[in-house]
Design a protein around this ligand. Structure first.
Ligand SMILES: Cc1cc2nc3c(=O)[nH]c(=O)nc-3n(C[C@H](O)[C@H](O)[C@H](O)COP(=O)(O)OP(=O)(O)OC[C@H]3O[C@@H](n4cnc5c(N)ncnc54)[C@H](O)[C@@H]3O)c2cc1C
Length: 488
């Protein structure tokens, strides 16, 4: 590849860049994706997919390839000096409108590996060992210069190039970092212990709560250990785990990943430069790992952005639609920084000495962020909320509504009998859902809506709800600009 033309140049093939590429493929957008690394991540980094991410993966056919590899976890417990103090999972159990009410404990490497393989299979592999050196933006598009000498002309650029984003720096987007002076170690490994091992997130309450045990896939376990000093050895970290777990004993048979990070928090001042350049993932928001929100928030950025680019490129939507990306995702990023920030500080500062129990209470308070299910766009009403998943029969097969949604299109779900529906188009599908006794192709035992039509965005958030009496007017106005009106 020396010169090329495409719809989107994607800078970075971490999980967010890879997801942008995969979704672009689904939407029929052409792209080039380049990464300076030699291949997808092999171990370490993020460890959990939340319930909303699992729903989104299901929407685009990635769920089955990952689910069986992970471990289910929906419980947090607190232990102190070998004694059990409390256990909670209410915020997961009470989730409505979703099938998988839990984290899927699964390392980031699995998601990256699957996406990388999918891109290979469709002939759009990542250009590895290839850095982006320069990007020039004009009225007509962007020109990107790569380290292998290639020059790519594209309509859009996505900077999914991580926390030290080259793209963010190049376009001078302010990214002021708060450093609460907290340093953590992370250890992944295979352990032997006489502690009663269960797939729960365990926070140990000692002088502070600076050790957390996270179940992982296969025979792996992870420990987060707050060290609060820049330099420390692996032995010191293991000693601290040993003290937290006393009077039980824990040894690492193998350590597969040992890392440290000092907490940094920031949200980029802008997520876009005009209508051409966009930032996603760690390139536009960084924070502590508490609550497991980094990877999940980045994946949700990708789901928010790519269908909008598709509507502009293929369906004639106005470029002003793209402004909703920053308008919707920046408040989410800010709320993630608040929740992870509150959680990480609570491990250190407690007036009553009950750090770990305070921590679990905060998890409950911030569960909308942590499960991903509380994220909404816009301030009130049903528009902007996620569509609840529900079971239905499609022809004679038992399935769920999320399996019938299409990421490249809006879906107009008509609950009730209105006769023949419009045939749909490249940007809209119409589905009539009748109750159990109706003779329709799609039937549900209990309908979550009655006598209304629900317009659902490609990323499965509700755009609007209409009474069936308004349908003739709705059908007359199915142009793309009318569909996206609720976003502007
Ligand atoms: C050391 C570390 C430990 C972490 N630990 C945890 C954890 O324990 N739990 C947790 O939940 N989260 C953790 N995270 C956070 C989580 O990994 C991130 O939120 C997630 O990786 C974000 O994905 P991303 O695709 O936005 O960025 P990244 O995964 O950082 O990917 C960015 C990609 O861009 C590429 N790139 C950068 N510049 C260029 C360029 N100029 N040209 C071409 N390619 C470029 C890089 O090679 C990289 O592959 C950790 C992150 C780090 C860095």
């Amino acid at each position: 590849m020396k010169t090329g033309t495409c719809d989107i140049m994607i800078v970075g093939a971490g999980p967010v860049g890879l997801m942008c590429a995969y979704l672009s493929k689904i939407c029929g957008l052409s792209f080039v994706i380049a990464d300076s690394s030699e291949g997808p991540l092999k171990e370490g980094r993020a460890d959990a997919l939340n319930a909303r991410t699992l729903q989104l993966l299901e929407l685009v056919g990635l769920f089955d390839g990952l689910y069986s590899r992970g471990k289910i976890c929906n419980t947090s417990s607190v232990w102190s000096n070998g004694a059990f103090l409390s256990r909670q999972s209410a915020w997961w159990d009470d989730l409505e409108g979703c099938l998988h009410k839990h984290f899927l404990m699964l390392g980031q490497a699995h998601l990256e590996g699957l996406l990388d393989q999918k891109l290979h299979e469709c002939g759009n592999a990542v250009h590895r060992h290839t850095s982006v050196l320069q990007i020039e933006q004009t009225d007509r598009g962007c020109t990107t210069f790569l380290s292998d000498g290639s020059v790519i002309h594209s309509s859009f650029v996505i900077g999914a190039d991580g926390s030290r984003s080259f793209v963010r720096g190049l376009f001078g987007i302010p990214f002021e970092i708060t450093r609460p002076r907290m340093v953590w170690a992370v250890v992944d490994g295979v352990i032997s212990t006489d502690f009663p091992k269960v797939p729960e997130i365990i926070v140990f309450q000692n002088e502070t709560s600076d050790v957390a045990w996270i179940p992982r896939e296969g025979d792996l376990d992870r420990f987060y250990v707050r060290m609060d000093q820049d330099k420390f050895s692996q032995e010191e970290v293991l000693e601290k785990i040993g003290r937290a777990i006393r009077p039980h004993v824990l040894n690492f048979d193998t350590i597969v990943w040992f890392s440290q990070f000092s907490v940094k928090e920031s949200v980029a001042e802008r997520f876009a430069v005009g209508h051409r350049v966009f930032l996603a993932g760690d390139a536009c928001h960084i924070h502590s790992v508490n609550g497991g929100q980094g990877l999940n928030t980045g994946i949700a950025d990708a789901f928010n952005l790519i269908w909008k680019l598709k509507m502009v490129v293929h369906n004639g939507a106005s470029v002003s639609l793209l402004e909703s990306y920053e308008n919707e995702r920046k408040p989410v990023a800010k709320s993630v920084i608040e929740s992870s920030g509150e959680l990480v500080r609570s491990t250190k500062y407690s007036e009553t000495g009950t750090h770990a129990q305070d921590y679990v209470k905060l998890v409950e308070k911030r569960s909308g962020n942590i499960t991903g299910m509380g994220i909404r766009y816009g301030k009130s009403g049903v528009a902007g909320t996620r569509l609840f998943d529900f079971e239905l029969m499609h022809r004679e097969e038992k399935t769920r509504i999320y399996s019938l949604l299409d990421y490249s299109k809006y879906s107009l779900l008509v609950f009730g009998d209105v006769g023949e529906l419009p045939s749909g188009s490249d940007y809209l599908q119409c589905l009539q859902i009748s109750n159990h006794f109706g003779g329709g192709e799609i039937r549900a035992q209990s309908l979550p809506f009655d006598n209304v039509a629900v317009l659902v965005r490609p990323d499965s958030y509700i755009a609007d709800v209409f009474p069936l009496t308004d349908l003739p007017a709705v059908f007359r106005n199915l142009e793309i600009e009318n569909l996206i009106e609720s976003l502007s």
